[in-house]
Ligand binder design. Structure first.
Ligand code: CAA
Length: 381
């Protein structure tokens, strides 16, 4: 594997870095403090092609290799992990699922708007009683003529309240709990679709997380995604790719934590010296940097396998597991370097510390990643 970025990848990384500094950074505090959805930023990300990175040009997108999408997520996450997860869910779950499993009509209807940011997409698999146990869904879909009637409650939907459309999963068939799922493209405006709650969370405040109640929600038959009963494969195939995105998000956040820690250590004095001159601090910085590099290699390898059409499910789970756990260790140490000031909202590390915590939970907990990895290994060996 060549670790040198191509000219296109380097230019893209620079462009997203520049955008993030100029357009996202000045807004972060206001958006986070006010729990405000970053719709203007997303509109601009649509204009510069970032929301269409997994969509081919024939559907209005700016499709790049997956590796480049990861570079973009990393850069965005250095400035706002919340914006990064909205983009990741939109590109790697919503657009990907329609592109891979949608009919020609579905692709033509949703992808051009999604690529431009006119539709922000979400992905609704989890339910109050089914997170890790994702095939144990209770939401039902009954066929009634040209419609399906959906009934149930969906939980922890990233961008749920602001997403205009989402890939939403239900149990398939008459009895739930048979592991067979259906996938639908559900629009916010469909009758019977209601946002019932916005979660109060530890971090990622400008990325709202919704609970959705479906009461006889009418979904046209043509919005069934893929075959009846094939929803689990759609969910897990999509999650394989998007978990690399969460690994990239973790790396961006961790890089920022390193930068904050180094800057602080170089200006803070104790015992008559800059604290960066103490070996205890130097060792922490060395450990942080080594963890980031290792996480990056796993992440780039998984993205590279995906780009080359090779199996990558195990490697994606490894990248997500390692990078998200590393990010949590890193923010702990980076905050420790800040001492008491790190516990204050005055310093950005306080937000990074909170934002990091969910990385090892959403899109499959660390325990689920270990399950995925070990299942592959037990089959392979
Ligand atoms: N690709 C394609 N198909 C796959 C697959 C993959 N990687 N993994 C499994 N499947 C298929 C299986 O072949 C099976 O198909 P059949 O029914 O046709 O045989 C079906 O999916 C069910 O698979 P399993 O029997 O392996 O399912 P399981 O119930 O044992 O669950 C699991 C496996 C790994 C625990 C899975 O449930 C899982 O990944 N759980 C975590 C869920 C998760 O990541 N949730 C995140 C929610 S989305 C989110 O967080 C986004 C956000 O908002 C930020």
């Amino acid at each position: 594997m060549d670790f040198e970025l191509t000219e296109d990848q380097r230019l893209l990384k620079e462009m997203v870095k520049d955008f993030s500094q100029k357009e996202i950074a000045p807004q972060v505090k206001h958006l986070e403090d006010n729990k405000e959805f970053p719709d203007e930023i997303l509109a601009k990300l649509g204009e510069i092609g970032i929301l269409g990175m997994t969509v081919p040009p024939e559907y209005g997108g700016s499709r790049t290799d997956y590796f480049s999408t990861m570079l973009a997520l990393e850069e965005i996450s250095k400035v706002s992990s919340a914006v990064a997860v909205i983009v990741s869910v939109h590109c790697a779950l919503f657009c990907h699922a329609i592109l891979e499993f949608g009919t020609e009509e579905q692709k033509k209807k949703y992808l051009p708007k999604a690529a431009k940011g006119e539709i922000i997409g979400a992905f609704s698999l989890t339910e109050p009683g089914a997170g890790s146990d994702a095939t144990n869904l209770k939401t039902k879909a009954e066929k009634r003529g040209d419609f399906y009637l959906l009934n149930g409650t969906k939980a922890w939907v990233t961008t749920g309240n602001d997403a205009i459309a989402m890939i939403l999963f239900t149990a398939a068939g008459a009895d739930s709990g048979n592991k067979k799922l259906n996938a639908f493209i559900v629009e916010k405006g469909f009758p019977g679709f209601k946002i019932s709650r916005i979660e109060e969370k530890l971090g990622l405040h400008c990325s709202p997380t919704a609970e959705i109640v479906l009461e006889d929600c009418q979904v046209p038959q043509e919005n069934l995604l893929g075959e009846e009963g094939n929803g689990a494969a759609i969910a897990f195939n999509s999650l394989d790719g998007s978990r690399i995105g969460i690994a990239a998000q973790s790396i961006g956040l961790a890089e920022r934590a390193l930068k904050e820690a180094v800057q602080y250590a170089k200006q803070r004095e104790a015992f008559g010296r800059k604290i960066s001159e103490f070996q205890a601090i130097q060792f922490m910085i060395a450990d942080i940097s080594t963890l980031i590099e290792a996480a990056r290699l796993l992440t780039y390898k998984a993205a590279n396998l995906k780009d080359r059409g090779k199996p990558f499910s195990k490697e994606a789970a490894m990248a997500k597991l390692f990078a998200s756990e590393a990010a949590n260790k890193i923010v702990y140490q980076a905050l420790q370097i800040h001492g008491g000031y790190g516990y204050s909202k005055e310093f950005f590390i306080e937000q990074l510390y909170r934002d990091a915590r969910v990385l090892s939970i959403y899109e499959g907990t660390s325990e689920i990643q270990r399950l995925v990895i070990s299942r592959h290994l037990l089959k392979e060996k």
